[in-house]
Design a protein around this ligand. Sequence first.
Ligand code: FAD
Ligand code: SF4
Length: 454
Amino acid sequence: MRNFDTFNTMKKGFSFSQAVAEADRCLLCHDAPCSKGCPADTEPAAFIRKLHLKNITGAIRTIKENNILGGACGILCPTDRLCEKECSAMLKSKNLPDGEDRAIRIGAIQRFLIEYAWDTGFRVLKKPEQNRETVAMVGSGPGGLSCAAELAQAGYRVTVFEARPEPGGVLRYGVAPFRFDETFLKKEIGDIQALGVVFKCNTRIEGEKGAEKLLDEGFSAVFLAPGLWKATPLKPDQVPIDGLLSSVDYLASLRDGRLEQTASQIEGKTVAVIGGGAVAMDCVETAVKLGARDVYLVYRRSYLQMPAEEKEIQSTLAGGLHFLLLNQPLDYFTDADNRMAGIKMIRTRLGDVDASGRRAPVEIPGSEWNLDADIVIEAIGNQAEDDSPNWYPGVETGADKRIKANPETGETSIKGIFAGGDIVRGPSLVVNAVRDGKAAALAIQQYLNKQEER
Ligand SMILES: Cc1cc2nc3c(=O)[nH]c(=O)nc-3n(C[C@H](O)[C@H](O)[C@H](O)COP(=O)(O)OP(=O)(O)OC[C@H]3O[C@@H](n4cnc5c(N)ncnc54)[C@H](O)[C@@H]3O)c2cc1C
Ligand code: SF4
């Protein structure tokens, strides 16, 4: 049996002395630009200043009171385009030689403080008396979790309905475990359970008006955060092929008890991953770590158009990935037993800028070629599941089946039903889902207060 310990576990974060040394680099800006760069208002300027002044519990309190998933965000936020992008230490570095200075490592400090709280048994949030209305969350990803925690702290009785066996959404069944592991997630969810939030796992809200019925069943308000769990296929009418995997199922298989089976499917094989975003990078990096012989990343545009974060791309490159840029997959070919044999491709060049703001790939006539591959993972995009509008038919959705909600409050077209996270924004970030959950929690409280006044 293979040992998957390093695959299933994150690298250690900052030690106490590293975190303090990093906080001591802070320029203590008066206008706190880093805090303005945080979508969830986690207030990095405040917690870094407190750590610098050795007020450790105060620093932890700032994070947990502002962001119940402060640990997850500290690890997973693309900080170089959020809080750290605004860091004055980095702006200063523009006038210095390379390597002289850099942004404060805000995410790493944030992770350290949350882990320090767990290690020392310091609990910031106490279970409040829960004597207010009952509210339902659909989905236990970052959106549902943050909304649940905010409402529970305000005294509401909150039930989270989750289709899968364990809570966490993408944090549990998507992100590669060596980037975000289960032990850490369990502790962070433990902080939410300690607030009195009830989790009903293996409980999919479905069927005609499934979500709307929750209001009839006694819940005073509902927050919809089911995320996007259908991987967009290359061809909508694709027949199943042995060795053709969707990113959603492949990544879930690494975390739902099928790891050994998937590892033996990948080991020694030629794997091609189609896509250029964060999900494709997780697929590539995991396939490399599971011992694939060769891993190709097939992307139809060029390097600069890839939506993935630069540091993710660099870390996959270090793992030995082969880039196949400017190549459009057209179809697959199989052997006589319907096993994947490879991808029919055509080379592309970049044309004019398209609706996405990036230069569009244009196929080069006559440049078709075949890439041999044993396994192909499609990581082209994530979308709402086909049946989703059935269980909230009165809630206005777009052509892409995403929910239309007020971006400030999460209000939908049905009174009492709110929504946020990826199902509203499209594929986004953990910190944005946290922000939506917080905003909806506030709007739900205002809505319920008004109901009480009537
Ligand atoms: C592979 C991958 C890697 C990523 N890496 C990063 C990263 O490094 N950094 C970052 O910031 N973001 C990352 N993201 C994006 C981030 O994870 C998402 O933006 C975020 O998880 C969205 O949160 P959410 O609450 O909207 O939904 P989700 O996390 O998708 O959770 C939704 C939950 O709802 C449940 N559900 C769905 N339908 C129902 C139903 N009918 N009844 C009950 N439950 C239901 C699902 O099972 C799921 O648990 C990544 C995404 C993916 C897919
Ligand atoms: S939550 Fe994310 S963006 Fe906000 S301060 Fe923390 S690491 Fe930065």
